[in-house]
Ligand binder design. Structure first.
Ligand code: DGJ
Length: 737
């Protein structure tokens, strides 16, 4: 899969080619990334042009056509004639940050090395490691590229080694940089806010530097560590698109520079604004990994390969390939106001409805009756749960349900025994009072003593009862991200050290408790990133449970992340976040397009609603493998309508949503995608929308039993019966013959 010939590395599989060239024996140029090429013979050689104000390195003073400023770099540096955004900056002991990386050697080997303390892809790949040496011998950079036979994804990262004999300081170290030869792209990124995560934004690349970043110490609700550069005519089904998804959960920066000569540079990695790293002689620094993805089959092709790659080469543990239990979570049902009796009543009802897991959310520990206190005090609140977690878990299990629990181990309240005992364990700076968010402070996970406390506290909780599931929450962003334990020169390491500390804790706990299904959460989807998926195979997608908002949130999330990783729950109406009233069917279908659950007081549902829920739950159990583990395709995206298709070898499920009814609207014909033209698909179930306000009567599922060839469904399509109602949700279930 990786060749080295004529000073060029050609990484190639059935999905893409990626070519790097060594120029003049020392400079590493990026030459090609795109559809697979049989051979790279350089049909479009680099043009030799003398460009004004693009200077030469001293060795090439008289060769005015050789300037790093106009040539495509593989891992660029600033200060040696390239004025575009650099991939790295290293400050030397003499105070300068000038360096030049020269090619030294390469290695090609089978397999994919793990990254020390960092989440990273794994599997049977082939890896190219290129060694670059600073021209003055101060440090070495190893660029790592892994290509897998079954995926269009290239995994890249960089490792720095100090060879100077003195201290050096890394100010900036990107995971990857790519120079594209033109700028005819549209940037697709995922922006948002709390309870409004990952909205798709698409805009033309224009001259200047575009940045998406987080300094929040979390990948964040606001900007996702993901970017795509799509051709202007690329849509869901056709066209080329390049994407980068960082396998990291902390602050990051992605920059796109459309520069003077019409080329585009993409740089992705740690955020230099909140990072630096001191390396002593011989020490190493490893950047996070980035998953680079190329699709020639539009955005659906891109998403499908991200989903497959993350499921097969990133997610771990026994649950990664398993369908996930249908849960009921008490958060929106009770908030902090619960006791054992209420939770057992939920469990009784959950059992009756056919649900499989009861999750006890925030408020079970210390004196926590609101969000002012007790984070850090991980012992049970005996007033609420007189029989302890064990007693409650037993009751839940007796009803045939699994038992899950919420924790937020990274945080502390001032009103807690932990804070009173260890006020210096928080992230803070001298002379400033720490800032609050949700009344809480952040424990300094860069410290070993803090990590030990968290590990031991969690070990105790996780073994105190039969706990089948853990929801690991994190409800604020970092301010004053400094550590009482680090020396002055290392204070800017705190954020990254925190992440390494978090990953260490997650690694240990998930390994020690392999039977627990972990769901990550950060006020909803504030840490929904590929880094966390390495440890926890699902994440609560958003604190917004409104079905209409979720259409966009889940669509944006699905651009990069698998359906099975997205927590999605049915909640009550009027919805708690936006006050909207939507029919149960719409809420249900939207939530079914993820790891399905309920988050409302199910005991208060009417008999009619309960009967509908039973029908839906039964249906979901049947189609769950197709939805959660099948291939996902967006048939229609955005505006007033969304349509989603889930398919595996035995079944195809299609969901269609129309938010508002419109007068004189055309009949929607949905063309299915990716089916086998010659196979027969038998329509087994058809669920048309129920009208808003008449959510009544047992759910009718018509058994149509008509068969169609795949070519007809893909080319002629499926007509959505016209039903005049807002918030219409349809479902078709086909069996493959
Ligand atoms: C934020 C989460 O996203 C919610 O689901 C809930 O667990 C609360 N935290 C509890 O404090």
């Amino acid at each position: 899969m990786i060749d080295f010939e004529n000073e060029r590395f050609h990484l190639r599989n059935d999905f893409f080619s990626y070519v790097i060239e060594i120029s003049r024996g020392k400079y590493l140029f990026h030459r090609y990334w795109g559809k697979p090429l049989k051979e790279f013979r350089d049909s479009a050689p680099l043009q030799r042009i003398d460009r004004g104000f693009s200077g030469q390195l001293a060795d090439f003073e008289n060769e005015r056509t050789f300037s790093l400023d106009v040539l495509p770099q593989e891992y660029p540096v600033r200060g040696r004639t390239d004025f575009r955004i650099p991939a790295y900056t290293v400050e030397l002991e003499n105070g300068t940050n000038i360096s030049e990386l020269n090619y030294a050697s390469y290695k090609i080997f089978d397999g994919k090395p793990a990254l020390k303390n960092l989440p990273a892809s794994f599997g049977d790949g082939q890896t190219l490691e290129i060694e670059l040496r600073d021209a003055c011998g101060n440090f070495t950079v190893f660029l790592s590229y892994t290509i897998f036979a079954d995926s269009p994804i290239l995994a890249r990262s960089a490792r720095f080694v100090n060879t100077s004999g003195k201290k050096i300081k890394i100010r900036n170290a990107a995971s990857a940089a790519i120079d594209f030869s033109d700028n005819d792209f549209e940037i697709i990124n995922l922006y948002g806010g709390h309870a409004a995560e990952r909205t798709i934004q698409r805009r033309k690349v224009s001259r200047g530097i575009f940045e998406i970043s987080s300094t929040r110490g979390a990948s964040s609700h606001q900007h996702s560590p993901f970017i795509a550069l799509a051709g202007p005519t690329t849509d869901e089904f056709k066209g080329e698109v390049y994407a980068a998804s960082l396998i990291y959960s902390g602050s990051f920066a992605i920059k796109v520079e459309a520069e003077q000569f019409g080329t585009t540079r993409l740089v992705i990695g740690l955020n230099p604004d909140v990072f630096s790293w001191t390396l002593e002689q011989g020490e190493e620094f490893q950047t996070p990994e980035v998953a680079l993805n190329f699709s020639a089959d539009g955005l659906n092709g891109l998403s499908q390969s991200f989903h497959k790659f993350y499921r097969e080469h990133l997610m771990r543990g026994k649950f990664k390939d398993k369908v996930r239990p249908i849960l009921v979570n008490n958060w929106e049902a009770t908030y902090f106001d619960f006791n054992e009796e209420k939770i057992i009543a939920l469990a009784d009802c959950a059992k009756d409805l056919g649900l499989e897991l009861l999750v006890l959310d925030d408020g079970w520990f210390g004196k926590r009756n609101d969000d002012n206190s007790s984070l850090g005090d991980w012992f049970v609140n005996a007033e609420k749960l007189p029989h302890g977690l064990n007693g409650l878990a037993d009751e839940v299990h007796k009803r045939g349900l699994k038992f899950g629990l919420w924790v937020e181990p990274e945080m502390v309240n001032v009103d807690s025994e932990l804070y009173r005992a260890h006020p210096d364990w928080i992230l803070h700076v001298p002379n400033y009072k720490p800032s609050f968010s949700r009344h809480q402070l952040i424990l300094d996970l860069s410290r070993e003593d803090v990590r030990d406390y968290i590990l031991n506290a969690m070990r105790k909780v996780f073994s105190s009862a039969q706990i089948d599931y853990i929801k690991w929450d994190m409800n604020r962003h970092m301010t004053e991200a400094f550590s009482a334990k680090l020396p002055t020169e290392r204070q800017l390491e705190t954020q990254h050290r925190y992440m390494l500390g978090l990953y260490e804790i997650m690694e240990k706990l998930t390994a020690e408790f392999p039977d627990i299904l972990f769901e990550s959460c950060s006020g909803g989807g504030g840490r929904f990133d590929a880094g966390i998926l390495y440890y926890m195979p699902q994440t609560w997608t958003s604190d917004d449970t409104d079905a209409v908002c979720r259409l966009s949130i889940q669509t944006g999330t699905g651009l990069a992340f698998p359906i099975v990783s997205q927590g999605a729950h049915v909640s009550v109406t009027p919805n708690h976040q936006v006050g909207r009233v939507t029919p149960l069917q719409m809420r249900t279908f939207v939530a079914m397009a993820g790891t399905f659950g309920y988050e409302l007081d199910i005991t208060k549902m009417s008999d009619v609603e309960k009967s509908d829920v039973k029908t839906y739950v039964e249906l979901y159990k049947e189609i769950r493998p197709t939805i959660q583990l099948g291939k996902f395709t967006r048939l229609l995206t955005g505006g007033n309508e969304y349509a989603w298709q889930f398919a595996d070898d035995s079944r195809v499920v299609v969901m269609y949503f129309k938010i508002l009814a419109q007068p004189a609207e055309p009949i929607r014909i949905l063309r299915l995608a990716g089916l086998d033209a010659d196979k027969l698909y038998t329509l087994k179930k058809y669920l048309p929308p129920k009208k808003l306000g008449v959510d009544g009567g047992p759910q009718k599922i018509s058994f149509a039993e008509k068969s169609f060839y795949g070519d007809e469904l893909m080319n002629f399509g499926l007509a959505a019966e016209k039903i005049e109602t807002d918030f219409a949700a349809y479902m078709w279930v086909f069996e493959v013959q």
